[in-house]
Design a protein around this ligand. Structure first.
Ligand SMILES: NC(=O)c1ccc[n+]([C@@H]2O[C@H](COP(=O)([O-])OP(=O)(O)OC[C@H]3O[C@@H](n4cnc5c(N)ncnc54)[C@H](O)[C@@H]3O)[C@@H](O)[C@H]2O)c1
Length: 226
């Protein structure tokens, strides 16, 4: 497995835990064409090929369309979240898929699987999530054209739209905010467990008939406007 992330400390720690035979870290900005191309090449050099590509790099980046004075938001803020969450994801996906397309097909049909990480905010974005929701809806929008195009080379593309998971991104919001967020979860009223997320990735990879679909993994939660 190759781990691509900007956060060298956390990425390297994960790879150390898994061991160098199983996991190699690459310090990569997913928005950078060359960095991703080089890391994909290094992955192929280390492991021979790529069969599974999971794209989870993302930032929350609160963006309101108008500020308190009614002025339009700084375009750079909106562009940044789209750039990382959508364009960066496309950058990594397209380069991994180019490798997958050269694999020998498994069971005569499948050469690879892509799992893209969207969000429940793609469906019910809250006030202040204009950029984030648009980026995550873009990830869902990629499913069908990607599945249709890449079907020809035996690659499936699906997305997961998580609700609330206790990752560093969420836990960094502090206990008070986290408890109030948990109150918004429908049933079961708790954060998702990362094993439940991993289980969904595995299900997508193993089920050869699942294609072009988004799985909501959110305990029936529907976010309110604020
Ligand atoms: N945690 C949740 O409740 C939740 C809910 C819905 C969707 N998501 C999505 O799940 C994904 C993972 O989020 P998480 O909660 O684990 O957050 P996280 O902050 O713990 O992980 C996101 C990772 O993306 C990396 N990253 C950010 N910008 C990058 C870039 N330009 N290049 C390379 N790496 C970059 C960060 O360094 C970080 O390690 C994100 O796409 C997020 O939007 C999370």
């Amino acid at each position: 497995m190759s781990v691509f992330d900007l956060n060298e400390e956390a990425g390297q720690a994960l790879c150390d835990e898994l061991g160098p035979d199983r996991a190699i870290f690459h310090a990569v900005d997913v928005c950078d064409d060359k960095q991703v191309a080089d890391a994909v090449k290094a992955t192929v050099d280390s492991f021979g090929t790529i069969h599974i590509n999971i794209n989870a790099a993302g930032i929350p980046a609160p963006t309101k369309i108008l500020d308190r004075e009614g002025s339009p938001c700084d375009l750079g803020k909106f562009a940044k979240v789209i750039n990382i969450n959508l364009i960066g994801l496309f950058n990594a996906m397209s380069k991994c898929v180019a490798v997958m397309a050269k694999n020998d097909p498994e069971n005569g049909e499948e050469r690879g699987v892509v799992v893209n990480v969207s969000s429940g905010a793609a469906y019910e974005g809250q006030i202040g999530q204009a950029g984030y929701s648009a980026s995550k809806a873009g990830v869902i929008g990629l499913n069908i054209p990607a599945a249709r195009e890449l079907g020809a080379v035996g690659v499936r593309v699906n997305a997961i739209a998580p609700g609330l998971f206790g990752t560093p991104l969420v836990m960094g919001l502090g206990d008070k905010v986290v408890s109030s967020l948990v109150e918004t979860v429908e049933a079961p009223r708790r954060m998702g467990d990362m094993r439940e997320f991993a289980h969904t990735c595995r299900y997508i990879v193993e089920n050869a008939y699942l294609n072009g679909e988004t799985i909501r993994l959110d305990a029936a939660t529907r976010l309110k406007a604020k």
